[in-house]
Design a protein around this ligand. Structure first.
Ligand code: F3S
Length: 405
């Protein structure tokens, strides 16, 4: 790899041990992907997970004197103040959560604790080179905003935030942003849930290729929430940090542009029946539930309002917890505007800063949950709680009845 004199000084440790470690990682990554050189990034987002490995890496850099030069926003861990009062966590789990906050403060991150930065707190513009981790954020950044990021890990995104650069490879290059296979979508798509199912379905066979979705029957522009759900699921059942929707995403105004003049490797059709069968395959059968979990990715203020509308003033069934995970700014808006208090009276709790994949939720393991997100179900099932997956109205009815149909 070609390195500038300044980059060589960083690699030799002349700018401190923390910067040296970050540079070592970026150079190793660049060599692994045959990158010619490093390029500057203007934004970063770090998917800190509240897990020991990520926290160790951040501590290693911070203890070595590194500070972020491109301030990263951060993914959620969990709201220690409110959830520790409600649920059992071990001293070790709590200690890790507090250490995570401490090291990311010390390295100079912006502690947004939100997995939807592209909707508000960290929004790249078209063509901007950035380093974002988080499986729901990277497809949104590449596909909808037209900025350029690879599918970074929390480790590589933090290194980029410290050095201010990333290796030039992958989705930073035009030739890797072209569509590779064509998906003709015949299934009707309405609310975000439908888009999430489509994403899960296509992601299963996409691998890491760039799909081009052709859906002329979808007349109006999908909501940001729908596009976020699509990307989150594509990048969970598959490893898809970029997709195109013909006529909608900025680099795919026509089918020809989406493929950049090349021929699709393959083509498939997705029907209504395919998505119904996908739902059956990915969801548990119904039954009595102990948890409704929404907000993976974090719910927007509009989605919180939709939950209140669907509740119709009814109370959540005794023995069922109903949590909506959201961003700190949507929570603030819901507090100011009254939804938070009104929903709390019905038994629906809002919480910011928190991911579904955290130890604070283990109190519900052994029971059945319901969610509108296959990604949530996927992660929670690995932890020992099966989930029924239903559209939002079905989740709300399950909360009120205490049973998912
Ligand atoms: Fe967000 Fe955690 Fe889901 S980061 S997308 S709530 S797995």
């Amino acid at each position: 790899m070609l390195l500038t004199d300044e980059e060589k000084r960083m690699l030799e440790g002349q700018c401190g041990k923390g910067v040296m470690k970050a540079m070592e990682l970026l150079v190793a990554l660049g060599k692994a992907f045959d990158a010619e050189r490093l390029i500057p990034v203007t934004r970063t987002h770090v998917a800190l997970s509240g897990q020991e490995g990520d926290t160790y890496w951040c501590g290693l850099l911070a203890d070595g004197g590194a500070r972020c030069t491109v301030i990263p926003t951060t993914n959620p861990a969990w709201d220690v103040a409110s959830l520790t009062k409600r649920y059992d966590v071990t001293a070790e789990e709590l200690d890790l959560a507090l250490r995570t906050v401490d090291v990311y403060r010390r390295i100079g991150a912006a502690l947004t604790f939100c997995c939807t930065p592209g909707l508000g707190t960290n929004v790249p513009a078209f063509g901007e080179h950035v380093a974002f981790s988080e499986s729901s954020a990277t497809p949104y950044v590449n596909s909808i905003l037209g900025a350029r990021t690879n599918r970074e890990s929390s480790v590589s995104a933090l290194a980029a935030a410290v050095v201010g650069k990333t290796p030039l490879y992958g989705l930073h290059l035009d030739e890797n942003r072209r569509g590779q296979f064509l998906v003709r979508v015949e299934a009707p798509l309405g609310e975000p849930y439908d888009w999430g199912l489509l994403g899960w379905y296509v992601g299963r066979f996409a691998g890491s290729r760039v799909p081009v979705l052709h859906m002329p029957h979808v007349g109006s522009r999908p909501s940001p929430e729908s596009l976020l759900y699509l990307g989150a699921e594509l990048n969970t059942s598959g490893a898809v940090p970029m997709y195109h929707i013909v006529g909608i995403t900025p680099e795919a105004q026509t089918l020809e542009k989406a493929f950049g003049g090349s021929v699709p490797e393959a083509e498939c059709v997705v029907t209504k029946r395919d998505l119904r069968e996908q739902e059956d395959a990915v969801s548990e059968k119904g039954g009595r539930i102990n948890l409704v979990m929404l907000g993976c990715p974090h719910y927007t203020y509009a989605q919180i309002r939709e939950v209140e509308r669907l509740m119709k003033g009814r109370h959540v069934r005794d023995g069922v917890a109903f949590w909506i995970l959201t961003s700190y700014d949507a929570l603030e808006l819901a507090s100011r505007s009254g939804e938070r208090e009104r929903l709390a009276e019905l038994g629906v709790d809002l919480v910011a800063d928190t991911c579904i994949d955290e130890p604070c939720w283990k109190s519900f393991e052994g029971g059945l949950g319901v969610t509108d997100s296959p990604k949530c179900a996927y992660y929670r099932e690995r932890r020992g709680q099966p989930f029924v997956i239903r559209r939002l109205s079905g989740c709300v009815e399950a909360a009120v009845c205490g049973e998912a149909l």
